[in-house]
Ligand binder design. Structure first.
Ligand SMILES: Cc1cc2nc3c(=O)[nH]c(=O)nc-3n(C[C@H](O)[C@H](O)[C@H](O)COP(=O)(O)OP(=O)(O)OC[C@H]3O[C@@H](n4cnc5c(N)ncnc54)[C@H](O)[C@@H]3O)c2cc1C
Length: 468
């Protein structure tokens, strides 16, 4: 028998990260009362430990839901636009900017995950319909009876009843196993053999930035790379991505001397900006990276997976949170279009989002190679330059893959399919050419005319949503 949301009892969101906080806000806007259980203390009131300060690239798919729920002005105050990749090829040459696009709004925005999350938590609470219980990890779910086992705050343990649960408890979701098992689904985690470590570049002595803040800095070194994104306080959060074992790996950087030597040899200009580099390296934790694909995102009308809990991807396309927020908006839409049948709304949500989550998972893996190696490869540079030139000439039909992912709202699976076709065209046009100037532009126009017109942007994808 079909049911409407709330019919079966209390509505609960588990996890108050970007996906859970945004979903709670959407549900409150539908008129529901929502309780959120979050394992950690309130991020608005506690210091974040060193090495866990992550700043993220926010792009169109994440911006649209923020416009939708009315918080974009607050977000604008905490973001820094990045116009392209600043490539630090080696120490003998000046860094070079590779612009992301040809239009003013084709920029991504550096934002602190904590500050963005805080805005969403404030907005959810301001509805008067969302109660958030922090320091309250959910230990297990009983889908048959409809109860959650919740620890804390403190040493207390409780059993709380629910009607429907939105499980937004992140990549390592505690609830996923039970939800997926309930409908014969499956989850699979592919660990990457590369990990990451954050390092902080402090502000200059006058409080200013030590590097251009309006670019995403990359030190590509083929097998590993360093990146840095600016924060409004004048500092940068840098992240080293490297193999876990072998040469140039985290395992090989086991003592101070090895770390100093590695940074001096590979990233001397960066090392000069970070006086306590070695201390930070050993103080900050190393993180692991994985792609988690799963099917069976919901258990009837009782529970649904959301955000990284449903689709965790590696961070190399800067899309995990953007994807999670786009998914929350899609789930809101499905629930509103099937108000009397929550189970059907959840099933339709998965049918729409799963192929797209799988597509961006693959593109994110591909983009690691692009960032750490291709960006300094002459063949790649010609194709990228030509793609931007063709976008300038035929903006209604062609857009580089990066731009379709970051600056459009077309389904990720469509972006991947279009990118594959475009790649063939770019390959044909650049074959044997040393620069885009040598490309036969009449043939290019002919090939591009064979592509379907690009879909319209979502009306909320306003180019002026954030300052550029
Ligand atoms: C190094 C790195 C760089 C990244 N860069 C980008 C980027 O540039 N752009 C981008 O879009 N994405 C990026 N991401 C991905 C992004 O961080 C995630 O996709 C995003 O945080 C997912 O949001 P979420 O709410 O689904 O999960 P999370 O942010 O993981 O939130 C889950 C929440 O649930 C809570 N929780 C967990 N278990 C329980 C439990 N049992 N009970 C109650 N609460 C629980 C957690 O404490 C947490 O608050 C990056 C990730 C990494 C690791």
């Amino acid at each position: 028998m079909s049911s409407a949301l709330g019919d079966r009892g209390p509505i609960v969101v588990v996890g108050a990260g970007p996906a859970g906080a945004l979903m709670a806000l959407y549900l409150a806007r539908q008129g529901h009362e929502v309780t959120v259980y979050e394992a950690r203390p309130d991020i608005r009131r506690v210091e974040i430990s060193a090495g866990r300060s992550i700043n993220l690239a926010l792009a169109t798919r994440g911006i649209v839901p923020l416009v939708d729920v009315g918080v974009i002005e607050r977000v604008d105050a905490i973001t820094i636009p990045m116009r392209g990749r600043m490539i630090h090829a080696d120490d003998s040459t000046e860094p070079v900017l590779q612009p992301y696009g040809t239009r003013a709004h084709e920029v991504i925005h550096s934002v602190s995950r904590r500050d963005l999350n805080a805005i969403l938590l404030d907005a959810a609470e301001a509805t008067g319909r969302v109660g958030i219980e922090f320091a309250s990890p959910v230990r297990s779910i009983d889908l048959g009876v409809g109860t959650l086992a919740v620890d804390g705050p403190g040493n207390s343990a409780r059993t709380v009843p629910f009607g429907t649960v939105f499980a937004a408890d992140g990549a390592g979701s505690e609830l996923r196993k039970a939800i997926v098992a309930a409908n014969g689904g499956a989850a699979e985690t592919d660990w990457l053999d590369h990990g990451y470590k954050e390092l902080q570049i402090p502000p200059a002595s006058d409080g200013g930035f030590r590097l251009d803040p309006n670019a995403l800095h990359i030190w590509p070194r083929r097998e590993f790379m360093l990146i840095a994104l600016a924060n409004p306080g004048g500092d940068f959060t840098a992240t080293l991505f490297a193999p876990n074992t072998g040469e140039g790996s985290f395992a090989s950087l086991s003592d101070s001397e090895a770390v100093s030597r590695f940074f001096e040899q590979q990233f001397a200009d960066f090392a000069a900006l970070v006086p306590d580099l070695v201390e930070q390296f050993f103080d900050n934790p190393a993180g692991r990276l994985a792609t988690m694909r799963c099917r069976g995102w919901s258990a009837g009308d009782r529970a649904v997976l959301l955000g990284d809990a449903a689709h965790a991807i590696v961070p190399f396309h800067g899309q995990g949170m953007n994807l999670a927020m786009e998914s929350a908006r899609a789930l809101d839409r499905h629930l509103r279009s099937r108000p009397d049948d929550v189970a059907a709304a959840f099933a339709a949500f998965e049918a729409e989002r799963k192929p797209n989550a799988d597509a961006i998972a693959d593109m994110a893996l591909d983009n690691y190679v692009e960032m750490r190696a291709s960006v300094v490869d002459p063949g790649y540079l010609i194709r990228r330059e030509l793609a931007l030139e063709l976008q300038r000439r035929h903006a209604d039909r062609l857009s580089p893959r990066y731009n379709m992912v970051m600056f459009s709202t077309m389904p990720y699976a469509e972006a991947a399919a279009r990118a594959a076709r475009q790649s063939e065209i770019l390959g044909e046009l650049t074959s044997g050419r040393a620069s885009p100037a040598e490309v036969d532009m009449d043939r290019a126009a002919e090939l591009v005319a064979g592509l379907d017109p690009l879909p319209e942007l979502d009306p909320l994808a306003r180019p002026d949503a954030l300052s550029v």
